[in-house]
Ligand binder design. Structure first.
Ligand SMILES: C[S@@+](CC[C@H](N)C(=O)[O-])C[C@H]1O[C@@H](n2cnc3c(N)ncnc32)[C@H](O)[C@@H]1O
Length: 326
Protein backbone atom coordinates (compact mmCIF):
# COMPACT_ATOMS: atom_id res chain seq x y z
CA UNK A 1 0.00 0.00 0.00
CA UNK A 2 1.15 3.57 -0.66
CA UNK A 3 -0.30 6.71 0.84
CA UNK A 4 -1.87 8.86 -1.84
CA UNK A 5 -0.40 12.25 -0.89
CA UNK A 6 -3.18 14.20 -2.56
CA UNK A 7 -6.23 12.38 -1.30
CA UNK A 8 -4.49 11.54 1.99
CA UNK A 9 -5.74 7.96 1.77
CA UNK A 10 -4.14 4.57 1.44
CA UNK A 11 -4.31 3.30 -2.12
CA UNK A 12 -2.89 0.01 -3.40
CA UNK A 13 0.44 0.34 -5.24
CA UNK A 14 0.83 -0.39 -8.97
CA UNK A 15 1.59 -4.04 -9.75
CA UNK A 16 2.91 -4.15 -13.33
CA UNK A 17 4.48 -7.64 -13.27
CA UNK A 18 1.77 -10.23 -12.64
CA UNK A 19 2.76 -13.81 -11.86
CA UNK A 20 1.54 -16.71 -14.02
CA UNK A 21 -0.78 -17.78 -11.13
CA UNK A 22 -2.30 -14.30 -10.96
CA UNK A 23 -2.90 -14.26 -14.72
CA UNK A 24 -4.53 -17.70 -14.45
CA UNK A 25 -6.78 -16.48 -11.60
CA UNK A 26 -7.67 -13.37 -13.62
CA UNK A 27 -9.45 -15.49 -16.24
CA UNK A 28 -12.11 -16.19 -13.58
CA UNK A 29 -12.12 -12.73 -11.98
CA UNK A 30 -12.85 -9.79 -14.27
CA UNK A 31 -11.80 -7.12 -11.74
CA UNK A 32 -8.45 -8.81 -11.06
CA UNK A 33 -8.02 -9.02 -14.84
CA UNK A 34 -8.70 -5.25 -15.11
CA UNK A 35 -6.02 -4.44 -12.54
CA UNK A 36 -3.40 -6.82 -13.95
CA UNK A 37 -4.04 -5.87 -17.57
CA UNK A 38 -4.15 -2.10 -16.98
CA UNK A 39 -1.32 -1.98 -14.41
CA UNK A 40 0.79 -3.86 -16.94
CA UNK A 41 -0.14 -1.41 -19.73
CA UNK A 42 -0.12 1.86 -17.74
CA UNK A 43 3.40 3.12 -18.46
CA UNK A 44 3.17 2.41 -22.22
CA UNK A 45 -0.55 3.12 -22.69
CA UNK A 46 -0.24 6.67 -24.07
CA UNK A 47 2.26 5.52 -26.72
CA UNK A 48 0.26 2.43 -27.60
CA UNK A 49 -2.93 4.41 -28.25
CA UNK A 50 -1.21 7.59 -29.58
CA UNK A 51 -2.63 9.56 -26.65
CA UNK A 52 -1.28 13.08 -26.29
CA UNK A 53 -2.21 16.19 -24.35
CA UNK A 54 -1.88 18.62 -27.25
CA UNK A 55 -4.33 20.19 -29.70
CA UNK A 56 -5.04 16.89 -31.51
CA UNK A 57 -6.38 15.04 -28.46
CA UNK A 58 -7.87 18.15 -26.82
CA UNK A 59 -9.95 18.63 -29.96
CA UNK A 60 -10.92 14.94 -30.03
CA UNK A 61 -11.96 14.81 -26.34
CA UNK A 62 -13.84 18.10 -26.59
CA UNK A 63 -15.53 16.96 -29.81
CA UNK A 64 -16.93 13.89 -28.01
CA UNK A 65 -18.19 16.03 -25.11
CA UNK A 66 -19.83 18.59 -27.42
CA UNK A 67 -21.47 15.82 -29.41
CA UNK A 68 -23.11 14.49 -26.22
CA UNK A 69 -23.88 17.92 -24.68
CA UNK A 70 -24.00 20.55 -27.42
CA UNK A 71 -25.15 23.37 -25.10
CA UNK A 72 -23.33 23.02 -21.81
CA UNK A 73 -22.99 25.91 -19.40
CA UNK A 74 -19.20 25.99 -18.96
CA UNK A 75 -17.04 25.65 -17.02
CA UNK A 76 -18.21 23.04 -14.52
CA UNK A 77 -16.72 23.49 -11.05
CA UNK A 78 -15.58 20.05 -9.93
CA UNK A 79 -15.38 17.06 -12.27
CA UNK A 80 -14.79 13.36 -11.61
CA UNK A 81 -13.53 10.78 -14.11
CA UNK A 82 -14.21 7.05 -13.71
CA UNK A 83 -11.79 4.57 -15.30
CA UNK A 84 -9.49 7.49 -16.14
CA UNK A 85 -6.66 5.38 -17.55
CA UNK A 86 -3.79 7.82 -18.08
CA UNK A 87 -6.22 10.77 -17.94
CA UNK A 88 -6.86 11.10 -21.67
CA UNK A 89 -10.48 12.29 -21.39
CA UNK A 90 -10.67 14.50 -18.30
CA UNK A 91 -7.21 16.09 -18.62
CA UNK A 92 -7.84 17.03 -22.24
CA UNK A 93 -11.36 18.24 -21.41
CA UNK A 94 -9.93 20.39 -18.61
CA UNK A 95 -7.38 21.82 -21.01
CA UNK A 96 -10.29 22.79 -23.27
CA UNK A 97 -11.96 24.66 -20.37
CA UNK A 98 -14.67 22.17 -19.35
CA UNK A 99 -13.93 22.09 -15.61
CA UNK A 100 -11.86 23.96 -13.04
CA UNK A 101 -10.95 21.13 -10.72
CA UNK A 102 -10.71 17.41 -11.44
CA UNK A 103 -10.56 14.06 -9.65
CA UNK A 104 -9.30 11.03 -11.58
CA UNK A 105 -10.17 7.49 -10.47
CA UNK A 106 -9.43 4.02 -11.80
CA UNK A 107 -9.42 0.44 -10.54
CA UNK A 108 -5.79 0.19 -11.68
CA UNK A 109 -3.28 1.89 -9.33
CA UNK A 110 -0.78 2.09 -12.20
CA UNK A 111 -3.23 4.10 -14.29
CA UNK A 112 -4.02 6.54 -11.44
CA UNK A 113 -0.29 7.09 -10.92
CA UNK A 114 0.28 7.92 -14.62
CA UNK A 115 -2.86 10.12 -14.78
CA UNK A 116 -1.70 12.15 -11.76
CA UNK A 117 1.78 12.50 -13.27
CA UNK A 118 0.26 13.69 -16.57
CA UNK A 119 -1.97 16.18 -14.71
CA UNK A 120 0.99 17.53 -12.78
CA UNK A 121 3.04 17.96 -15.98
CA UNK A 122 0.13 19.89 -17.48
CA UNK A 123 -0.24 22.08 -14.38
CA UNK A 124 -3.88 21.06 -13.85
CA UNK A 125 -5.69 21.09 -10.50
CA UNK A 126 -6.32 17.34 -10.23
CA UNK A 127 -6.32 14.79 -7.41
CA UNK A 128 -6.80 11.04 -7.71
CA UNK A 129 -7.90 7.83 -6.02
CA UNK A 130 -7.83 4.15 -6.82
CA UNK A 131 -11.54 3.41 -7.04
CA UNK A 132 -14.06 0.92 -8.33
CA UNK A 133 -16.75 2.63 -10.40
CA UNK A 134 -19.35 0.43 -8.67
CA UNK A 135 -18.50 1.86 -5.23
CA UNK A 136 -17.26 5.42 -5.75
CA UNK A 137 -15.36 6.61 -2.65
CA UNK A 138 -16.73 10.17 -2.54
CA UNK A 139 -19.55 11.78 -0.58
CA UNK A 140 -23.03 12.41 -1.95
CA UNK A 141 -23.52 15.63 -3.95
CA UNK A 142 -19.79 16.29 -4.48
CA UNK A 143 -19.36 16.82 -8.24
CA UNK A 144 -20.84 19.06 -10.93
CA UNK A 145 -19.78 16.69 -13.71
CA UNK A 146 -18.85 13.00 -13.96
CA UNK A 147 -17.18 11.73 -17.14
CA UNK A 148 -15.73 8.51 -18.50
CA UNK A 149 -14.28 7.28 -21.78
CA UNK A 150 -14.26 3.61 -22.81
CA UNK A 151 -15.02 2.48 -19.26
CA UNK A 152 -18.70 1.46 -18.97
CA UNK A 153 -18.18 -1.68 -21.07
CA UNK A 154 -15.67 -2.92 -18.46
CA UNK A 155 -17.97 -2.53 -15.45
CA UNK A 156 -19.90 -5.67 -14.44
CA UNK A 157 -23.00 -3.84 -13.09
CA UNK A 158 -23.43 -0.71 -15.21
CA UNK A 159 -26.69 0.34 -13.54
CA UNK A 160 -25.12 0.11 -10.08
CA UNK A 161 -22.25 2.28 -11.27
CA UNK A 162 -24.60 4.88 -12.77
CA UNK A 163 -26.54 4.95 -9.47
CA UNK A 164 -23.23 5.74 -7.78
CA UNK A 165 -22.54 8.43 -10.38
CA UNK A 166 -25.89 10.05 -9.62
CA UNK A 167 -25.24 9.81 -5.88
CA UNK A 168 -21.93 11.71 -6.07
CA UNK A 169 -23.30 14.30 -8.52
CA UNK A 170 -24.81 17.49 -7.12
CA UNK A 171 -28.51 17.98 -7.97
CA UNK A 172 -28.63 19.17 -11.57
CA UNK A 173 -25.12 17.80 -12.18
CA UNK A 174 -24.41 15.99 -15.46
CA UNK A 175 -22.70 12.79 -16.53
CA UNK A 176 -21.09 12.14 -19.93
CA UNK A 177 -19.68 8.76 -21.01
CA UNK A 178 -18.14 8.34 -24.46
CA UNK A 179 -16.23 5.76 -26.45
CA UNK A 180 -18.47 2.77 -25.64
CA UNK A 181 -18.76 -0.01 -28.26
CA UNK A 182 -22.18 -0.58 -29.79
CA UNK A 183 -23.32 -4.19 -30.14
CA UNK A 184 -23.54 -4.02 -33.94
CA UNK A 185 -20.30 -2.03 -34.22
CA UNK A 186 -18.41 -4.47 -32.02
CA UNK A 187 -19.56 -7.35 -34.24
CA UNK A 188 -18.18 -5.88 -37.48
CA UNK A 189 -15.10 -4.40 -35.77
CA UNK A 190 -14.13 -7.82 -34.39
CA UNK A 191 -14.64 -9.58 -37.73
CA UNK A 192 -12.67 -6.95 -39.62
CA UNK A 193 -9.89 -7.06 -37.02
CA UNK A 194 -9.71 -10.87 -37.04
CA UNK A 195 -9.56 -10.97 -40.85
CA UNK A 196 -6.85 -8.27 -40.92
CA UNK A 197 -4.78 -10.05 -38.24
CA UNK A 198 -5.02 -13.40 -40.05
CA UNK A 199 -4.14 -11.83 -43.40
CA UNK A 200 -1.20 -9.81 -42.03
CA UNK A 201 0.32 -12.62 -39.96
CA UNK A 202 -0.05 -15.21 -42.76
CA UNK A 203 1.01 -13.09 -45.74
CA UNK A 204 4.17 -12.01 -43.88
CA UNK A 205 5.25 -15.71 -43.72
CA UNK A 206 5.84 -15.59 -47.48
CA UNK A 207 9.44 -15.50 -48.69
CA UNK A 208 10.80 -11.93 -48.97
CA UNK A 209 8.25 -10.45 -46.56
CA UNK A 210 10.05 -11.46 -43.37
CA UNK A 211 10.93 -7.88 -42.44
CA UNK A 212 7.18 -7.16 -42.19
CA UNK A 213 6.71 -9.93 -39.61
CA UNK A 214 6.88 -9.39 -35.86
CA UNK A 215 8.86 -11.95 -33.90
CA UNK A 216 6.92 -15.07 -32.85
CA UNK A 217 7.45 -14.01 -29.22
CA UNK A 218 5.73 -10.66 -29.88
CA UNK A 219 2.86 -12.32 -31.75
CA UNK A 220 2.39 -14.80 -28.88
CA UNK A 221 2.37 -11.94 -26.38
CA UNK A 222 -0.31 -10.15 -28.45
CA UNK A 223 -2.40 -13.31 -28.45
CA UNK A 224 -2.09 -13.59 -24.64
CA UNK A 225 -3.07 -9.91 -24.29
CA UNK A 226 -6.05 -10.50 -26.60
CA UNK A 227 -7.15 -13.43 -24.41
CA UNK A 228 -7.07 -11.24 -21.28
CA UNK A 229 -8.82 -8.46 -23.23
CA UNK A 230 -11.70 -10.86 -23.81
CA UNK A 231 -12.07 -11.11 -20.01
CA UNK A 232 -12.01 -7.33 -19.42
CA UNK A 233 -14.37 -6.39 -22.27
CA UNK A 234 -17.69 -7.33 -20.68
CA UNK A 235 -20.42 -5.41 -22.52
CA UNK A 236 -21.44 -3.92 -25.81
CA UNK A 237 -24.39 -1.53 -25.89
CA UNK A 238 -27.51 -0.95 -27.86
CA UNK A 239 -27.99 2.85 -27.46
CA UNK A 240 -31.69 2.57 -26.55
CA UNK A 241 -30.95 -0.09 -23.93
CA UNK A 242 -28.17 2.01 -22.42
CA UNK A 243 -30.64 4.92 -22.15
CA UNK A 244 -33.04 2.59 -20.29
CA UNK A 245 -30.27 1.60 -17.87
CA UNK A 246 -29.38 5.27 -17.20
CA UNK A 247 -33.03 6.18 -16.59
CA UNK A 248 -33.55 3.18 -14.36
CA UNK A 249 -30.48 4.30 -12.34
CA UNK A 250 -32.32 7.60 -11.70
CA UNK A 251 -30.96 9.83 -14.48
CA UNK A 252 -33.11 12.42 -16.24
CA UNK A 253 -32.64 14.23 -19.55
CA UNK A 254 -30.91 11.04 -20.74
CA UNK A 255 -29.78 10.77 -24.35
CA UNK A 256 -27.46 8.40 -26.20
CA UNK A 257 -25.90 9.44 -29.51
CA UNK A 258 -23.64 7.41 -31.77
CA UNK A 259 -20.85 8.10 -34.27
CA UNK A 260 -18.31 6.33 -36.54
CA UNK A 261 -19.70 3.86 -39.05
CA UNK A 262 -17.55 4.09 -42.21
CA UNK A 263 -14.71 5.54 -40.08
CA UNK A 264 -14.82 2.49 -37.78
CA UNK A 265 -14.73 0.12 -40.75
CA UNK A 266 -11.43 1.68 -41.74
CA UNK A 267 -10.15 2.38 -38.22
CA UNK A 268 -10.27 -1.18 -36.83
CA UNK A 269 -8.39 -2.89 -39.68
CA UNK A 270 -5.85 -0.05 -39.68
CA UNK A 271 -5.18 -0.37 -35.92
CA UNK A 272 -4.98 -4.16 -36.19
CA UNK A 273 -2.57 -4.00 -39.11
CA UNK A 274 -0.37 -1.53 -37.21
CA UNK A 275 -0.26 -3.96 -34.26
CA UNK A 276 0.56 -6.92 -36.53
CA UNK A 277 3.69 -5.48 -38.18
CA UNK A 278 6.94 -4.37 -36.51
CA UNK A 279 6.75 -0.91 -34.87
CA UNK A 280 8.08 1.92 -37.04
CA UNK A 281 7.81 -0.21 -40.19
CA UNK A 282 4.92 1.74 -41.72
CA UNK A 283 6.28 5.29 -41.79
CA UNK A 284 4.73 8.68 -42.49
CA UNK A 285 2.88 7.95 -45.71
CA UNK A 286 0.95 5.20 -43.92
CA UNK A 287 0.18 7.58 -41.03
CA UNK A 288 -1.04 10.20 -43.53
CA UNK A 289 -3.19 7.60 -45.32
CA UNK A 290 -4.67 6.32 -42.03
CA UNK A 291 -5.40 9.75 -40.52
CA UNK A 292 -6.56 11.29 -43.81
CA UNK A 293 -8.82 8.32 -44.52
CA UNK A 294 -10.27 8.44 -41.00
CA UNK A 295 -11.00 12.19 -41.35
CA UNK A 296 -12.68 11.78 -44.75
CA UNK A 297 -14.83 8.87 -43.57
CA UNK A 298 -15.77 10.77 -40.40
CA UNK A 299 -17.00 13.58 -42.66
CA UNK A 300 -19.03 11.02 -44.64
CA UNK A 301 -20.50 9.60 -41.41
CA UNK A 302 -21.45 13.01 -40.00
CA UNK A 303 -22.76 14.61 -43.15
CA UNK A 304 -24.32 11.73 -45.05
CA UNK A 305 -24.63 8.37 -43.30
CA UNK A 306 -26.03 9.69 -40.01
CA UNK A 307 -29.12 10.80 -41.91
CA UNK A 308 -30.26 7.31 -42.88
CA UNK A 309 -28.16 4.60 -41.18
CA UNK A 310 -29.80 3.50 -37.86
CA UNK A 311 -27.92 4.85 -34.82
CA UNK A 312 -27.30 1.35 -33.47
CA UNK A 313 -25.06 0.58 -36.50
CA UNK A 314 -22.48 3.21 -35.55
CA UNK A 315 -19.54 1.97 -33.50
CA UNK A 316 -19.16 4.57 -30.72
CA UNK A 317 -21.91 5.16 -28.19
CA UNK A 318 -21.97 8.33 -26.06
CA UNK A 319 -24.48 8.85 -23.27
CA UNK A 320 -25.38 11.82 -21.12
CA UNK A 321 -27.93 12.56 -18.44
CA UNK A 322 -28.46 14.62 -15.33
CA UNK A 323 -29.25 14.19 -11.64
CA UNK A 324 -32.75 15.48 -10.88
CA UNK A 325 -32.79 18.89 -9.15
CA UNK A 326 -34.19 17.66 -5.87
C1 LIG B 1 -10.12 1.05 -22.07
S1 LIG B 1 -9.41 1.79 -20.66
C2 LIG B 1 -9.83 3.50 -20.95
C3 LIG B 1 -8.94 4.44 -20.21
C4 LIG B 1 -9.20 5.91 -20.48
N1 LIG B 1 -10.51 6.32 -20.02
C5 LIG B 1 -9.05 6.20 -21.96
O1 LIG B 1 -10.05 6.42 -22.64
O2 LIG B 1 -7.91 6.21 -22.43
C6 LIG B 1 -10.52 1.36 -19.36
C7 LIG B 1 -10.09 1.79 -17.98
O3 LIG B 1 -11.16 1.48 -17.07
C8 LIG B 1 -10.59 0.96 -15.88
N2 LIG B 1 -11.63 0.15 -15.21
C9 LIG B 1 -12.09 -1.06 -15.57
N3 LIG B 1 -13.03 -1.48 -14.72
C10 LIG B 1 -13.18 -0.52 -13.79
C11 LIG B 1 -14.01 -0.37 -12.64
N4 LIG B 1 -14.86 -1.31 -12.26
N5 LIG B 1 -13.89 0.77 -11.93
C12 LIG B 1 -13.00 1.73 -12.30
N6 LIG B 1 -12.18 1.64 -13.37
C13 LIG B 1 -12.28 0.53 -14.10
C14 LIG B 1 -9.39 0.18 -16.35
O4 LIG B 1 -8.46 -0.05 -15.32
C15 LIG B 1 -8.86 1.08 -17.47
O5 LIG B 1 -7.92 2.00 -17.02
Amino acid sequence: MTVNPIAGTSDPAPHPHATAEEVEAAYQDTKLAQVLYHDWEAETYDDKWSISYDERCIEYARGRFDKAVPQADLPYGRALELGCGTGFFLLNLMQSGIAEKGSVTDLSPGMVKVALRNAENLGLDVDGRVADAETIPYDDDTFDLVVGHAVLHHIPDVEKSLREVLRVLKPGGRFVFAGEPSTVGDFYARWLSRATWAAATNVTRLPGLGQWRRTQEELDESSRAAALEAVVDIHTFDPAHLEDIARSAGGEDVEAVTEEFAAAMLGWPVRTFEAAVPPGRLGWSWARFAFGGYKRLTWLDENVLQRFVPRSFFYNVLITGAKPQG
